[in-house]
Design a protein around this ligand. Structure first.
Ligand code: UDP
Length: 367
């Protein structure tokens, strides 16, 4: 059975009914992640030239809420696109940059900001530097607490520059929110009679690993064990803690119809939080005079602090080497499988981790 240390299957953080699930997919759920992707995201340029991002509101379909773009208000967009370009640069300048980008990156809809920074064309390079400085540098420093140069390029490349007018955060074909929240999905899955759920249990009180073998309640266990927690914890931090980045998530109730113009607003340059999510836009709930928002404050993760949640692996050579050391300890345990962001020390998106779980299932079901 899955042993779950901290999980609430019906935590209603929203004053109406936004069901949030605990640790399992917390990063995705506390943020505005529809299944497979987030919604559109727009960036707003304030008079002080600071930047704010809005994501689009959602429209409803059954059984999911369709999170495709419907937006009524925006100034600039993140990912940075041609709309943003046209707002920030005069017509002559923006036309020239657009033409250069389109002729350089023919048939390519999105390009890495790092490629633009290194472009041989001076105009494209300058444009790249502008976007890099306004959108990426401060947000990244805030999020990771290290200079952007030290952040793995795969992280920066998660947010491209779009060569066109697409203003969605992701360009995936299907972008949905579960109509009745993620909670229902998990409840339905866990209702299966083959599954026994035990909550408030530390898996390590039940499962033990000794000499390449798994023990369950002290007895040798030959069944399959899928471990989804941090690997350093499984081995009592024998080689030291694996570094993670955490978040301090602060909900606020606002006595107003809407707090912000769209479901997510990013603050690359201002404030201590990186973004604010307003859930009402995602659930399409009609609630007069009341709304709940969530501010994401980046936080240094401390494994000794039980309040901290390890949301993001921090990629660099040392950390990956350390992870590999732990992983090596599992390589001779035939019935132990690692799956997920924590156990694999990866930056999986929700769709990718679901894919990974299904693939692992296919791989081991007949064994
Ligand atoms: N990022 C940024 N400015 C933004 C949004 C993202 O610099 O407005 C960078 C930042 O380094 C961040 C990374 O892109 O960590 C990935 O962003 P994403 O929105 O995918 O992060 P997540 O939703 O996983 O926290």
């Amino acid at each position: 059975p899955p042993a779950i240390k901290t999980i609430s299957l019906s935590l209603n953080a929203f004053n109406a009914d936004i069901p949030l699930v605990g640790l399992v997919l917390a990063e995705s759920l506390y943020h505005s992640t529809p299944f497979n992707t987030r919604t559109n995201s727009n960036l707003w340029c304030t008079p002080e030239n600071s930047f704010i991002v809005f994501t689009a509101s959602s429209t409803s379909t059954n059984p999911f809420v369709n999170a495709n773009a419907v937006h009524t208000f925006w100034k600039l967009c993140i990912p940075f696109n041609f709309k943003s370009l046209e707002i920030l640069f005069d017509e002559k300048e923006s036309t020239e940059i657009k033409e250069k980008l389109l002729s350089k990156y023919k048939d390519i809809k999105k390009v890495s900001i790092l490629d633009l920074l290194n472009d041989a064309d001076e105009k494209i390079k300058k444009f790249g530097e502008y976007v890099y400085n306004k959108v990426f540098v401060n947000y990244t420093a805030k999020q990771w607490n290290i200079p952007i140069e030290q952040v793995d390029t795969s992280v920066i490349n998660r947010v491209p520059v779009l060569l066109g007018y697409d203003d969605r955060y992701f360009q995936d074909k299907y972008q949905f929110m579960p109509k009745n929240g993620y909670n229902e999905i998990f409840q339905n899955m866990l209702n299966n009679s083959n599954i026994e759920v035990r909550t408030s249990v530390d898996a390590k009180d039940i499962i033990n690993i000794k000499n390449g073998e798994v023990f369950l309640n002290g007895n040798k266990f030959l069944g399959k064990v899928i471990y989804t927690g941090p690997l350093d914890e499984l081995f009592d931090y024998e080689y030291g803690p694996l570094p993670y980045r955490s978040l301090n998530l602060k909900f606020e109730d606002k006595k107003e119809n809407y707090y912000q113009p769209s479901s997510v607003v990013n603050y690359p340059n201002d404030n201590e939080y990186t973004r604010i999510t307003e859930f009402k836009y995602l659930s399409n709930q009609i609630i007069e005079g009341d709304t709940t928002i969530l501010k994401e404050y980046p936080l240094t993760y401390d494994y000794r602090n039980s309040e901290h949640v390890p949301y993001y692996a921090i990629f660099n050579d040392d950390n990956i080497k350390l992870y590999e050391k732990y992983r090596l300890k599992t390589s001779n345990i035939k019935n132990l499988y690692l799956c997920g962001r924590l156990a694999e020390y990866k930056y999986y998106n929700m769709d990718a981790v679901v894919r990974r779980a299904l693939d692992l299932f296919e791989e081991i079901k007949g064994e």
